[in-house]
Design a binder for this molecule. Structure first.
Ligand SMILES: [Zn+2]
Length: 440
């Protein structure tokens, strides 16, 4: 009766003989004081502990056995009816009564609420339908019912209540005393899930806060989605907030502070975007490996077939990303560009039978002028300046730089960038996009 928890008999009694005997004594004393400690959850009658000497087993018995308790005639009630009775039984507990007072007193602090009533019948528009919420009040004209939920045993009983208040143009607000973070997502799921993954706690603390703020303050907890390793996960979050900050959704019977629904939508978009980026990165790496290792495949038929198959797979993967590449990897203009760019990135000749990077540079300048600007950008990005200077023993490259640098800077048509595969280059070398164009 102190906590309002529903405890199975075997748990209340335990397996220790001395403790069970002590409990028996406690129950007797409580009975003498007329302050029952344990009551039958079905009928609310106080119980005491009986022991069978021969078996050393204990069991609970009603103080008053008049045959009315449904526990005696279990066959006539279904599970839902039994739960409904248990639910009403739990409302007698001290914890429940105190929670009602906490809500009532908090509501009376808040000028947005009027007509605060406790344990009063709410009659439905349809005849013979009614509910008796723990506390009810008008919030700026909207009837709000507060139901206190100490135990999570009664989900089925309470789920149907939403329909009643929805039909009645009212709003049902569930109040918990506590919750188990790990189990909440499972056991309180009906309320929690249908309420946009928000739940509310009230306590002596929220009552004090309400009195200080002059508003109904509740401790709101919610599940907050975030993306980790491309998956949407949730973590608990919460704060004490005034009722007038909550979003009220009468139609869907939701009251929430944190909009989980839209947040999870954003998180899903984010995780999809992350998954897409991972896939793009995989294509990018596969393409680079293909291109850099391509020179290693010998010219035998088997080797060529392997190269072609891999190329066609890359062609397909890239086409899904909206990029077309030729059917053959040797297409002159593209092959020259890719050789140049991967050489700059790797710091050694790729695709061409040169020995040094400086030879690649001369080749680009001589035969692939349309790629010179991107090539230079990649040399800078990968800090190849020293290497180029070292390899440029006779200063031939330096002389060319002096000649073309001003032309690049002034966008002279001689070095106009070849843009047929611009999108592909930016995909394969994202650094081309982010690096600022510096021609120093
Ligand atoms: Zn009973």
């Amino acid at each position: 009766m102190r906590t309002g928890s529903i405890i199975p008999a075997h748990k209340a009694i335990g397996s220790d003989y001395d403790q069970a005997m002590a409990l028996r004594m406690e129950l007797c004393e409580a009975r003498a004081r007329s302050e029952p400690l344990y009551v039958c959850p079905l009928c609310g009658t106080p119980v005491y502990l009986v022991s069978r000497k021969e078996t050393r087993r204990f069991f609970f018995r009603h103080e008053l056995e008049d045959g009315r308790c449904p526990a005696k005639t279990r066959g006539e009630l279904n599970e839902q009816e039994i739960n409904a009775r248990k639910y009403n039984g739990a409302k007698e507990s001290y914890a429940h009564i105190r929670m009602k007072q906490v809500i009532e007193e908090s509501l009376r602090c808040d000028p947005n609420f009027s007509d605060v009533k406790v344990e009063t019948v709410w009659r439905g528009q349809e005849r013979a339908t009614w509910r008796k919420p723990d506390v009810q009040a008008l919030y700026k004209g909207l009837p709000v019912a507060f139901e206190i939920q100490l135990s999570t045993t009664f989900l089925r009983v309470i789920a149907e209540r939403r329909d009643f208040y929805q039909r009645e143009g009212g709003l049902l607000c569930w109040i918990f005393k506590s919750y188990d973070e790990d189990r909440a997502r499972l056991t309180q799921d009906d309320i929690f899930f249908s309420n946009n993954h928000n739940l509310f706690l009230a306590s002596e603390n929220t009552l004090t806060e309400s009195q200080n703020a002059g508003r109904l303050m509740l401790d709101c907890r919610w599940a907050e989605p975030y993306v980790e390793n491309g998956h949407v996960e949730t973590r608990w979050s919460g704060r004490i907030a005034p009722f007038d900050e909550f979003q009220l959704d009468q139609k869907r019977q939701r009251i929430f502070l944190f909009d989980y629904e839209s947040a999870v939508g954003c998180a899903r978009d984010e995780s999809e975007e992350a998954a897409h980026q991972r896939m793009q990165e995989a294509i990018r790496q596969r393409f680079a490996e293909f291109w850099i290792n391509r020179g290693g495949v010998n010219a035998s038929n088997a080797g060529w077939k392997q190269v072609r198959d891999e190329w066609l797979e890359l062609q397909f993967a890239l086409s899904l990303e909206g990029m077309d590449i030729p059917d053959h990897p040797g297409e002159h203009s593209l092959a020259g560009a890719l050789n140049a760019f991967y050489s700059a990135r790797e710091g050694r000749p790729v695709g061409w039978k040169f020995n040094k990077l400086i030879e690649v540079a001369h080749c680009v300048h001589g035969r692939h002028k349309g790629y010179l600007r991107r090539f230079r950008q990649l040399l800078l990005t990968y800090n190849r300046q020293d290497q180029i200077r070292r390899e440029d023993r006779e200063g031939k490259w330096q002389a060319k730089v002096k000649q073309y640098a001003p032309l690049l800077k002034s966008n002279d048509s001689t070095y106009e960038s070849e843009n047929r595969y611009a999108e592909l280059f930016e995909f394969l070398f994202p650094e081309l996009v982010v690096t600022s164009e510096s021609d120093d």
